[in-house]
Design a protein around this ligand. Structure first.
Ligand SMILES: [Zn+2]
Ligand SMILES: [Zn+2]
Length: 355
């Protein structure tokens, strides 16, 4: 590689303290590594948790974990990728052979220097020009020629997370499904819930423009604006007085957790996708009384190949999420727009730095 330094968004360890800086271009450190040139990345909701200081991530941290790119260089042990290959990247680097990896839980890989890009120590993120990929054979995925970078941009994080929500909720054919939170993850959960053939998908949010987006994209059947309507009354009306079969929480707040628990019918399931940054009080007596099942977890990112196949087959289309796009130069503006939902921003895409 010719370049010695590159631009990178660095978080300094205190809330909202970040800047675009020059840092060294990463090098192959182990034979299983690859270097990927980032062609497209995003700002994710969990980036906001990091830079808000809620996850205790120390500085300096090179931010970002949702991206696609082109392989620039590979180590001697990398078998499945070569320079020039277009790749989607899992937000979690993992070895593929340890116990948790074999068990379909790469997020809990036991090897050193793995974890989530832009969050875990020693794993610089993607809001930059080049990223070092540990265990490249297991962390990278080929992008089929028929698909664009945009088509698969979200497979490594929010689309996997949405799918995980639908999976945890155990949606069965004909079920009614409630999703609380119409942010990008809630929208992906709705999109993936549809794959399981529910009879009705209802989404709750307080922002009308986001509810409109969900309806226009056809990913839900009904919307409830909690600022204007009584959520529980509306849920009962839409479900013949029974409550929903499945609920998915996609915010990470106690109030939305309770909304899901109230809305679900006896014997129903609630899946928690939201990132809770602290403890919440779970009313166990209500779970008991309703024979309710709850599940939660960090996305295992074990369905990326399936998601790519479904995108190729036209069963998943995330293009409606993309509202903004600008080069890395403008990334601080991106955090402001995305974080503060300015200009109805749903997803802010980061294109390569412009000299
Ligand atoms: Zn994320
Ligand atoms: Zn592993």
């Amino acid at each position: 590689m010719k370049k010695e330094t590159m631009k990178a968004l660095i978080y300094h360890g205190k809330a909202n303290d970040m800047s675009l800086e020059d840092v060294p271009v990463p090098k192959i450190e182990y034979p299983n590594n690859a270097i990927v040139r980032v062609t497209l990345s995003t700002i994710c909701g969990s980036d906001m948790h990091v830079v808000g200081g809620h996850l205790g991530v120390p500085g300096p941290t090179l931010m970002g974990h949702e991206f696609v790119g082109v392989v620039e260089e590979v180590g001697d042990a990398v078998m499945d990728f070569k320079p020039g290959d277009r790749v989607a990247v899992s937000c979690v680097a993992s070895c593929g052979v340890c116990g948790p990896c074999k068990d379909g839980q790469p997020v809990h890989c036991t090897k050193q220097n793995v974890g989530c890009f832009g969050v875990s120590p020693n794993l610089p993120g993607c809001q930059t020009e080049y990223v070092r990929i540990p265990f490249a054979d297991n962390t990278l995925y080929h992008i089929p020629d028929s698909l664009s970078d945009e088509d698969v941009l979200f497979v490594g994080d929010i689309l996997s997370t949405g799918y995980f929500g639908a999976e945890m909720a155990e949606i069965k054919t004909g079920d009614t499904v409630l999703i609380v939170g119409a942010g990008p993850v809630g929208m992906c959960a709705a999109l993936c819930a549809r794959l399981f053939s529910p009879s009705k998908i209802i989404i709750v949010d307080g922002i009308e423009s986001r509810l409109d987006t969900c309806l226009k994209a056809g990913i839900v059947d009904h919307v409830i604006n909690y600022m204007e309507e009584d959520v529980q009354a509306k849920v009962l009306e839409l479900t013949g007085g029974e409550g929903v079969d499945r609920a998915i929480e996609a915010i990470g707040k106690e109030s939305s957790m309770l909304t899901c628990m109230d809305a679900v019918r006896y014997g129903g399931n609630v899946a928690f996708l939201g990132v809770f940054s602290g403890p919440v009080q779970i009313p166990l007596h209500r779970l008991w009384n309703k024979n309710m099942t709850i599940r939660t977890g960090f996305v295992p990112v074990n369905h990326i190949p399936d998601l790519i196949k479904m995108i190729e087959a036209g069963k998943l289309d995330t293009s409606f999420l993309i509202t903004h796009r600008a080069p890395l130069n403008d990334i601080l503006k991106g955090y402001d727009y995305f974080g503060n939902r300015k200009d109805n921003c749903i997803k802010w895409l980061v294109t390569p730095y412009e000299e």
